[in-house]
Design a protein around this ligand. Structure first.
Ligand SMILES: Cc1cc2nc3c(=O)[nH]c(=O)nc-3n(C[C@H](O)[C@H](O)[C@H](O)COP(=O)(O)OP(=O)(O)OC[C@H]3O[C@@H](n4cnc5c(N)ncnc54)[C@H](O)[C@@H]3O)c2cc1C
Length: 378
């Protein structure tokens, strides 16, 4: 019998430890604490393992992991607990942005504490109904030596517990990223948003009501540094790994259940079960091969295509696993199927809604001008 084992791309010590951590520590943590609170102990452990500095170069105090190892973090955390994958994914993306866009001083100030997990960032970009950075309603204005931020962001992952927030807002000449300290006046974090999944890590609205900042020091890349191109070039690769992680988790769970129960089934039922096992195995194998292709040299698939494909097939994989397990999948104490089912839905939306990605793929296919542009998030 074949056992899905996950990608083979985690071999070095830090990444291997993340794999061991995800497979042995997340489950017991959730069993004890549930999904009610910010998972501080897990975040601390990931920092110790170097995962929070994975996208920070060594010269800035990070661990500077290879692309496949960074993808391995998304895979392992997606497999273990999607909300943690979302929190860490946002943080790693922001590390990358500070590295790419930050002034030398900002890189020196922020990257090392970010890599150590002492400063965990959230990103406040999305505004409902706004499809292009140039149409953001949030504004950053400059009055001499003082910058002022106004605006409202709809859904911010880790809003409540982040040490800093990178708020994206429009100035008269550029789309800026403002480093916001949520402890200072002018930041109102709304109540926790009701939702079916992605629990445990906060998700809330944030309003900036005249937040004052230093326009020279506290704007990513300095006052006037425009992030539009970077926001539009948003890469959704990490969601592919997260989707495969979930798919492998539910696949393994279904296989365990079927192995334990198959012999007790009548012959006719066994045939139907085997057929569904085959369907699920095929789906997950193709998802894995899409991810491998994407991470390999000269990928024959784009990140947009891979994200749409893998997150869509994850919905089917979770449904098939639930059908295979029956009530034991839905309600047994050791099951994680329900959680993966709830969290999988969010993967259709986060990063960029799959429909928006499909539109972007269609535009490229036909060589037509982009219409409504994909909205990136964390
Ligand atoms: C769990 C979760 C965490 C999030 N975390 C963050 C975060 O940390 N920071 C942040 O800034 N945002 C975050 N978001 C917000 C996220 O970026 C948006 O939900 C996402 O971009 C979709 O925007 P929307 O919800 O306004 O949907 P809309 O833009 O209203 O889209 C709804 C639907 O309209 C259609 N549509 C929209 N645009 C297009 C298009 N271009 N082409 C074709 N069809 C289209 C699609 O069918 C789409 O699904 C989070 C959201 C969720 C659910």
């Amino acid at each position: 019998m074949r056992t899905p084992s996950g990608p083979d791309d985690i071999g070095r010590s830090g990444p291997a430890q993340v794999r061991a951590f995800a497979r042995t520590e997340i489950g017991p943590y959730l069993a004890e604490h549930g999904e009610a609170d910010y998972p501080r102990p897990l975040v601390r452990r990931l920092a110790q393992l170097g995962a929070l500095g994975a996208t920070v170069p060594v010269e800035y105090g990070g661990s500077g992991w290879a692309r496949a190892d960074v993808a391995g973090i998304g895979y392992e955390l997606g497999r273990g607990w999607q909300p943690l994958a979302g929190l860490v994914g946002t943080h790693l993306k922001l590390c990358r942005q500070v590295r790419r866009h930050g002034t030398p001083e900002q890189r020196r100030t922020w990257l090392a504490p970010m890599a150590r997990g002492e400063t965990v960032f959230a990103r406040a970009y999305h505004e409902q109904g706004v499809g292009h950075p140039s149409r953001l309603r949030s504004s950053a204005t400059r009055h001499g030596g003082t910058g002022v931020l106004h605006g409202r962001k709809s859904w911010v992952t880790n809003a409540r517990d982040a040490d800093r927030i990178l708020a994206v807002a429009r100035s008269p000449h550029a789309v800026l990223g403002v480093f916001v300290d949520p402890a200072r006046p002018g930041v109102v974090i709304g109540p926790e948003l009701p939702r079916p999944g992605m629990l445990g890590v906060s998700l809330a609205e944030i309003a900036f009501t005249g937040y004052e900042f230093d326009p020279d020091e506290e704007v990513l890349g300095g006052w006037g540094h425009d992030l539009t191109e970077s926001l539009l070039a948003h890469d959704v690769t990490s969601y592919v790994s997260r989707a495969l992680g979930s798919a492998d988790a539910v696949h393994e769970q279904a296989l365990r259940f079927v192995r334990d129960s198959l012999d007790q089934r009548p012959a006719g039922v066994r045939g139907a079960v085997l057929l569904r096992v085959g369907e699920l195995a095929t789906r997950v194998a193709v998802m894995r091969s899409v991810r491998q292709s994407l991470l390999g040299p000269e990928p024959p698939v784009t990140p947009d295509e891979a994200k749409v494909f893998c997150t869509a097939h994850l919905q089917e994989a979770v449904r098939e696993a639930a059908l295979l397990c029956g009530g034991a999948g839905y309600a047994a104490p050791e099951t994680t199927l329900g959680r993966h089912y709830r969290d999988a839905l969010a993967l259709l939306i986060v990063g960029a809604p799959n429909d928006a990605l499909l539109q972007r793929i269609g535009e490229r296919e036909l060589g037509v001008e982009p219409g409504v542009t994909v909205k990136p998030d964390a």
